[in-house]
Design a protein around this ligand. Structure first.
Ligand code: ADP
Ligand code: MG
Length: 683
């Protein structure tokens, strides 16, 4: 349980003074739900003002606070501004211009009375001018000379956020230091509470930002180390299949050399009592699913159960269908569990898992929820790992008396510092060879001015019996507007291709999505319009044309995934990247890179250089935002130190019982790694 002294910070935002329903809505839109969220919502910059006795050329273009005396007000004809002429301390004339709010301005600035105004000082002809200055009412405080500016949304102002942050800060106790003293000294970092205070007051202070990022990373690394400590103590189960099931498989092709090699590596790990923690990297289309299947059969042969976690519902169903075809004939029992299986169906799956009549479970996050109890889970396979966070892993390991072997599969090569933050140290296997008979995908970048040509090309493709994907971009950070854009595109294409266009997006009901995917896979639909729900893993070999609209708005790793949906058969495939007309230098370079290479590793590497590591673990993709205080750059910089620090602390004080250990527990609670603290008790 969280210590009492942190509770005020974890109270809902409604408990802050002055927060009513409307403000709450605004705060929730930024995902600020509790005081602590407001505390960690840091400003991105600040405005600075100059207090001056009079206007002067050096102040041009700056925010200036001036004392003035208005002497004339003039309303221009029609819709023009109201101008109030005023004299500053040295008798210079300053024009204060107000569009729309003329009446208000005249009340605020009575002629002959001194007032403080604050705004940007501009030149208008040979006169001084301020447009819409703030006017300080008599007796009120002058605006501060420096004010922090926050990321905002509708209904919120920086001023409001500053006030709320100040309230949240009042609730923040002084916490005992958890950072290793020598590191603290070497970096010259302030204590935690002082650091949070300065992060709000001095947005430019990089040392302060680094300290807070470090805290967050440290909590994460400490949680991982605890997990490791506990799972080392809890032995896993050695699993050594006898090959009887694998021998019965009827595969339509030979394994590639790389598939064979990594399968052996995995079997070697699983034969040990120490639980496997292995990352399987293999480019899009390299055949990771088959490797997962072989690993799962190995577990089943040895009498254990296996679970495969997919990032999306569509992919879970596809995996289930593919595996069912292979497993049904050899008598291995497989089931699926997602958010959609409810009532009787769900109950019977849960029962089958508990009594061991189900050998392999495929599904989405539902498969590792609290209520799901396995009789004997020996292997967990995570497909496309960036959606599987530390807290989920904590959950999975904490509940098992004997932790399962863990295999994480990814097409995106992730920089080591970033895997360190999700998994700690792990072994890596690489599939560095594609199945034979693939033809490279031809990639072209086309301006959206030529959308008509693209649709004509699509028509020729469809007339020749081909199928195609049409992917619509993320419009905003909202699934609703993404869906609207996709619907609009589908409507346009349906006019041209009546009865042949299907649509899937994230807002659709599961069964509806399935129905569309199924008829596209069966060849009944020629064109599948989609948002990025098809990004990962969908496999329809007959579809050989991929059109991506607004390509510049996608991450390169995403584009690579999308392109990986075509080029799966021996027929020649094409990927058309449609770009907007205004494109930055970097934007151009990125799309050019897509045209140049189909090597996922190189793409990820270059993307890292062009955009920084945030792209790879972008929050939108990650399902659980990786970090909120640590930017990708700071993650890169601070992970090694935080990892060492966490390890050192646990070496000295494995139960986190000493003074620094106590402090570190607070840090874990502050960053909501509560399950890690629970591990201390259960271990
Ligand atoms: P990914 O690594 O992207 O998950 P998949 O497992 O979906 O790739 O495999 C891509 C395609 O390659 C599938 O259609 C699969 O059946 C096929 N495939 C996998 N292994 C081989 C192989 N050894 N030879 C030929 N085709 C293969
Ligand atoms: Mg896959």
């Amino acid at each position: 349980m969280r210590p009492d002294l942190l509770n005020p910070l974890f109270a809902e935002v409604e408990t802050l003074k002055g927060v009513g329903p409307q403000l709450t809505r605004g705060l929730h839109r930024l995902d600020l739900r509790r005081a602590v969220d407001v505390l960690f919502h840091l400003p991105t910059g600040s405005v600075e003002r100059v207090r001056a006795p009079a206007a002067s050329p050096v102040l041009l273009g700056r925010q200036v606070v001036l004392e003035v005396t208005p002497f004339e007000a003039r309303q221009s004809a029609g819709r023009g501004p109201t101008r109030i002429y005023a004299a500053d301390g040295e008798g210079n004339v300053i024009t204060l211009a107000f569009f729309n709010h003329g009446g208000w301005a005249k009340k605020q600035l009575p002629l002959g009375e001194r007032r403080i105004v604050s705004g940007k000082l501009e030149a208008y002809g040979d006169q001084w001018q301020m447009v819409h200055p703030d006017v300080v009412e008599p007796g009120r405080a002058e605006p501060p000379l420096k004010e922090s500016v926050y990321p905002l949304t509708e209904g919120l102002t920086s001023k409001r956020l500053r006030e709320l942050a100040a309230q949240a800060l009042e609730r923040a106790p002084d916490l005992r230091e958890w950072i290793e003293p020598s590191l603290l000294q070497q970096r010259g970092w302030a204590p935690w509470r002082a650091a949070v205070a300065s992060a709000h007051a001095e947005p430019g202070d990089t040392a302060v930002r680094a300290r807070l990022a470090y805290d967050e990373i440290f909590a994460n690394q400490l949680a991982l180390q605890l997990l490791r400590q506990v799972s080392r103590r809890k032995k896993g189960v050695p699993l050594q299949g006898d090959g009887c099931l694998v021998a019965k498989l009827r595969l339509p092709y030979e394994l590639t050399g790389a598939q064979r090699r990594v399968t052996e590596e995995i079997r070697g790990d699983m034969a040990q009592a120490a639980p496997m923690l292995r990352l399987l990297q293999g480019d899009v289309g390299s055949g990771k699913t088959l490797v997962a299947l072989l690993a799962m059969l190995n577990a089943v042969e040895a009498g254990a159960q296996a679970a495969l976690l997919a990032p999306t519902e569509i992919l879970a169903r596809q995996h289930h269908a593919t595996l069912l075809k292979q497993l049904d004939p050899i008598g291995v029992r497989i089931a699926i569990l997602t958010g959609r299986e409810k009532g009787r169906v769900r109950d019977s799956v849960l029962m089958g898992l508990a009594d061991g009549s189900i050998d392999i479970l495929v599904g989405t996050h539902a498969i590792f929820q609290e209520k799901v109890a396995y009789r004997n889970l020996g292997l967990a396979v995570i497909d496309e790992q960036h959606r599987f966070g530390v807290s989920q892993r904590l959950l999975l390991s904490a509940k098992a008396a004997r932790p399962p072997h863990l295999l994480v599969m990814t097409a995106t090569p992730i920089p080591r510092t970033l895997t360190l933050t999700q998994y700690g140290e792990m072994d890596v296997s690489r599939i560095d060879e594609m199945p034979p008979g693939r033809t490279p995908v031809e990639t072209r970048v086309i301006s959206d001015e030529r959308l008509g040509d693209v649709i004509d090309g699509l028509a020729r493709h469809v007339a020749a019996g081909g199928q195609a994907y049409w992917v619509c971009p993320l419009v905003e950070e909202s699934e609703t507007s993404d869906a609207a854009a996709a619907e609009e595109r589908a409507a346009v294409l349906r006019q041209r291709f009546p009865g042949q266009v299907g649509l899937v997006h994230g807002r659709m009901k599961g069964p509806d999505k399935d129905a569309v995917m199924a008829s596209f896979a069966a060849g009944e639909l020629a064109v599948l319009v989609a948002t990025t729900v098809i990004e990962v893993g969908v496999d329809v070999p007959n579809s050989t044309l991929m059109i991506v609209e607004g390509a510049e708005r996608f991450g390169l790793a995403q584009l690579h995934q999308l392109r990986g949906r075509v080029g799966r058969g021996s027929a020649k495939s094409t990927c058309l990247l449609i770009r907007g007309q205004t494109l930055s230098e970097t934007g151009r370079a990125r799309l050019a890179l897509m045209r140049e290479t189909s090597d996922g590793f190189r793409i990820a590497e270059e993307d890292l250089k062009l955009r920084g590591p945030g792209e790879i673990l972008g929050t939108r993709q990650s399902g659980e935002a990786a970090f909120r205080l640590a930017t990708p750059e700071l993650v890169q910089e601070l992970v090694p130190a935080a990892t060492d620090d966490a390890r050192l602390l646990l070496d000295r004080d494995g139960g986190l019982a000493g003074p620094r250990g106590e402090a570190a527990r607070l840090c874990l609670y502050l960053f909501e790694r509560d399950q890690a603290v629970d591990l201390l008790r259960s271990g």
